[in-house]
Design a protein around this ligand. Sequence first.
Ligand code: HEM
Length: 360
Amino acid sequence: MGERAARRRDRRVYGRAHPVLFAVLGAARGRDVVRVGRTVVVNGAQAYKEALTRVPLDRAAAGTTGGAVRELGAGGGLFDEEGGEHRGSRRAVAEGLGAAGVERLRPVWRAVLDRRLAPLAAGQEVDLVPLAREMAGATVCALLGVVAPPEAVAEAAGVAAAAAVRAELPGPRKPFAGRRAAEAAARLASLLGPEGAGGVPAVLAVAGVNTTVAAVPRAAAWCAEAGWWAYAEAARTRAALVSELLRATAPSPVLPRVAAGDAELGGCPVRRGDRLVLVARHAVLAHRLPPDVRDPAPPAVAQLVFGAGSHACPGARLARAQLDDVLAALAPYRPAVVRARVDRRAALPGWRTLVVRSGR
Ligand code: HEM
């Protein structure tokens, strides 16, 4: 146990599931901006922010998050929108995900936490991945006003994201990838029903579930391995802990985008049509600076794990509140990790199983 062990364990989610991507990114991370053919890899915080706020982006291009959203038949789902259309969709989600909206949703995920963590008190094991899935599914259903089994919604959102990402990977198109993505999207749409119809609800479900299911178990495992439950227990230190764990895990580590016009990033010319690989993980120095509760990164840096500019994550407040509650609820048990298995298929690096037991 210890901080090094925590870091070592967390790195496994990349190595096993996304080995090629992370080897390439690792090799390119020495400079703020690196061009490899028509691909521009962006590592520095300033260049990352400028890419998201100043470079014209083709929001619906193949191989981008917006392209994946279209692959799911969820066009008009924020990521792929621009201008007035995008502002309208943002307004539609702002209330549900704002301060009052998050407080309204809180009892929903707290009920899941209370029930799912109760076995720890009896000395039993708890797998935090299904817990995160149910929590995320129930929260998204409540946000959308949909009555559906939370775990089924989370499962469908996970399969849909993985299928869409696979269909959008660069290189020769994989056989059946598009059909699989369409089938997964149809399953999610049928679960969400008429209240959840359209691009925005589907995107909220996919974005909200997959990030939470990746982030929560990774953060809890880090806390357990590093022996940081006392920080999680004290309200005084918990906000910094949440922020630092989100920074160090950067649950959405790479944002694939495409330039829609010429620009410059950190002295590197960018041409229309260039592929931009925006490495959130490097921009927040997750690879270099381990989390430090006593000396956390400034909020402006830590917040970059949620993107920047007009498309910055509208779910950031919800994500922070959920992680805050999960860590607070776990802390009294001082959980230790008993077993863990990496999820090799998920769209985002994370655990398939992360079983903990009370260390008291
Ligand atoms: C730890 C959890 C999360 C992380 C790390 C995360 C990260 C991100 C990032 C990096 C972006 C892209 C921002 C950009 O292009 O500048 C994004 C966008 C988005 N996120 Fe999150 N997110 C999280 C949780 C959530 C949750 C809980 C929801 C909703 C329930 C959500 C909904 C969205 C939506 C709808 C967008 C698209 C916004 C737009 O294009 O206007 N996210 N998120």
